[in-house]
Write a protein that binds this ligand. Structure first.
Ligand SMILES: [Zn+2]
Length: 413
């Protein structure tokens, strides 16, 4: 496939170091390795944000119900400021954050807006701030919601975009973008989704306010809307204002995903859920629980879902997975003896099946039986095992597991 999405290849993965010689090259997964420099330390500097939003090189990733605005399924569309000015006024970042918090009025809602970072590959026409130069990127939620004015303006912006032949890409998981664009979308989706789910304070239940360029939410001490209701402007006391944890932060939920190698390293353990198409198998996965190490979680999940007891667990690579806020931590693990390879699906009946596959069969499936979940396998596929695409960390883990050399203990990528 000529237009298949590329896995990111950042320069650091090509550099030779003692560590890379000992442990192999770093594996980089789809949705990671963004071209944007997030400059997280500038999110509180409103003069920087003001300059960024006004700069001609500024671009906006538009999301409607988390679906990205695109020219085609393979190409996102980045709007210019003048195309979204109705929703994002020039002066939006002109006031210091303290003033915005003081003036909070829960009746005046605005669309979620997140500063993503500077695209440093675009230096020639980019914004220069101190020693940093690049095109500022923002994510903007145009889903019609909030106050009436916001809804009307969102609908009008959506209409203008659609009139240009653009559309919001409907896909369960967007995997058709290039590596760079996928990483920008992942950051946008995760942060807009988190803002959407946290418009009320988790402690006192009152409306929250976006701060730090869309990456935190505060529970303001006053609300001008209360005065109109004949109440005092002060809101009830809230613990988030009296302790150090005075803000709500975006979530990242760690998840383990593992390719399991048999004791003799000749077979790989894979499982399937009921929603998978016929013959489709993948690596086992599950959430890390509170007070659990990554290795503990890998052992627990594999035992619970497949009854298999693991010995050594090695962390391989990781993948941000913005559906909605996961970090997939990929591992390779091995069983110490045949006794522990026995499959039992009855502890936690989450999987429809789990099976040991010969390495040869898995290698063939990696060659001819991979595709995205809803798509058909390639033209060479003639039945047999099917596996996830390159863009899924499961594919990278299975690849590393079949290339595992039991004599040296190395895995050649
Ligand atoms: Zn609160």
């Amino acid at each position: 496939m000529s237009n298949a999405p590329q896995i990111p290849v950042p320069a650091h993965t090509l550099a030779e170091t003692m560590l890379s010689r000992r442990f192999g090259r770093e594996t980089v997964n789809y949705f990671s390795s963004s071209p944007l420099n997030r400059l997280s330390f500038l999110r509180t500097e409103h003069p920087f944000l003001s300059a960024a939003i006004r700069h001609p090189s500024a671009r906006f990733v538009l999301l409607k119900d988390l679906a990205p605005l695109t020219k085609s399924p393979a190409e996102p569309y980045y709007a210019k400021h003048n195309e979204v000015q109705k929703l994002v006024p020039d002066d939006i970042y002109d006031k210091p954050e303290e003033d915005i918090i003081k003036e909070f009025d829960s009746r005046k809602t605005t669309p979620h807006l997140v500063f993503l970072g500077l695209d440093e590959t675009r230096k020639q026409d980019g914004l220069t701030w101190n020693i940093y130069t690049g095109a500022p990127f923002f994510a903007l939620d145009v889903t019609p919601k909030g106050c009436e004015e916001q809804q009307t303006t969102c609908k009008s912006v959506i209409g203008e975009m659609e009139a240009k032949g653009l559309s919001f890409l409907q896909a369960r998981v967007v995997m058709s973008f290039s590596a760079d664009e996928a990483a920008v979308y992942a950051q946008s989706r995760a942060l807009i989704d988190w803002n959407t789910r946290n418009t009320f304070c988790g402690t006192c239940g009152n409306p929250t306010l976006s701060v730090n360029a869309g990456t935190k939410r505060a529970c303001p001490p006053t609300d001008a809307a209360l005065v109109d209701q004949g109440k005092c402007v002060e809101r009830p006391a809230c613990n988030t204002r009296t302790t150090l944890s005075n803000l709500s932060f975006p979530r990242t939920d760690p998840t383990i995903i593992v390719a399991v190698i048999s004791a003799d390293a000749k077979r790989i353990l894979l499982g399937r859920s009921k929603r998978f198409p016929p013959n489709w198998y993948s690596t086992l996965a599950g959430f890390i629980e509170p007070a659990e190490s990554i290795e503990d979680a890998v052992r627990r999940e594999v035992w619970e879902e497949a009854g298999v007891t693991l010995s050594r667990v090695v962390i391989h690579s990781s993948q941000p997975w913005p559906y909605p806020a996961n970090l997939m931590i990929g591992a390779i693990a091995q069983v110490s003896d045949v006794e522990h390879e026995k499959i039992n699906l009855e502890h936690d009946p989450e999987l429809e099946d789990a099976k040991w596959f010969d390495v040869q069969e898995v290698e063939e499936a990696l060659r001819i039986g991979i595709s995205a979940l809803g798509d058909n396998a390639g033209p060479e596929y003639k039945g047999g095992l099917r596996l996830p695409p390159h863009t899924a960390i499961a594919n990278q883990l299975i690849r590393a597991a079949v290339n595992f050399d039991p004599k040296s203990g190395d895995s050649k990528m």
